[in-house]
Design a protein around this ligand. Structure first.
Ligand code: PLP
Length: 242
């Protein structure tokens, strides 16, 4: 069997095991296959074996792939594709001047990190049929090099979004510290879950803490144990030298 598909099966099994270990249903955890830097033909093979969620972190790269994979022509998506349609997730930083393109492709934007960006998404989504679903990216590690809203600023941030229509906050996203030791990120993921619980208690209008997007190749099992229901995994699937 093709190595990438084998890797995918292994990752799915590890997700299932981590779910069971923490008394959760494996079906409650969605795998987002992160395809940055991966060629289109490989992505298509994965879609053919049932992958439904694709994560990209740059608009231009995503756009090129999206157009080929969906066979998008003149703004219309071909019917053949819409039968087994994927959800595309934007997991990387979004600049305001790319919002319009992002809204054409992505079902969920994981990386909202400023009110200015939120306002722009709202403005650009006025004519859409459904509210745009977003996650707030939280900087749980305190690293200055990382994007994201500070842990202590999230509640104020949400208060500041309440007057802008047609965007729906559906949860939180974070990126752990870069480490080969999965346990290093347990406190970080636990913190994100606590922030999410706190937001839930506030019962903000139209805000639903449905998703916790956390966990990558090095730490997804720990993230699942701490409550992740969206895990974003690239290397463990596409690395074929193991
Ligand atoms: C690249 C990337 C991932 C996937 O990381 P891997 O370690 O390759 O699994 C997840 N989330 C974000 C935001 C990324 O940029």
């Amino acid at each position: 069997m093709n190595q990438v598909i084998q890797n995918l099966d292994k990752v799915k099994q590890r997700i299932t095991d981590a779910a069971h270990r923490s008394g959760r249903l494996p079906e409650a955890i969605k795998l987002i296959v992160v395809t940055k830097g991966v060629e289109v033909s490989k992505i298509q093979e994965l879609i053919a074996v049932g992958v439904t969620d694709i994560g990209e972190n740059r608009i231009q790269e995503a756009e090129e792939k999206y157009e080929i994979i969906t066979e998008k022509k003149h703004g219309q998506i071909k019917e053949k594709y819409s039968d087994n349609k994927c959800q595309w997730h934007l997991i990387g930083h979004l600049q305001r001047n790319k919002v319009k393109s992002a809204l054409e492709m992505f079902s969920l934007i994981h990386s909202v990190d400023s009110i200015r960006l939120y306002k722009e998404i709202s403005k650009r989504s006025i004519d859409k049929q459904h509210p745009i679903k977003v996650l707030l990216q939280v900087n749980t590690t305190g690293e200055e090099s990382k994007f994201g809203i500070g842990v202590d600023e999230v509640l104020t941030f949400i208060q500041g979004t309440q007057n802008y229509p047609n965007v729906k906050i559906c949860g939180l996203m974070t990126i752990g510290i870069f480490s080969n030791i999965p346990e290093d990120n347990r406190p970080v993921f636990e913190l994100l879950r606590k922030v999410s619980d706190k937001i839930e208690q506030e019962k903000f209008d139209g805000v639903e803490m449905k998703y916790l997007s956390m966990g990558m190749t090095n730490d997804f099992e720990v993230a699942i144990e701490e409550g992740a229901n969206l895990v974003r995994i690239g290397t463990a699937i596409f690395n074929t030298d193991n």
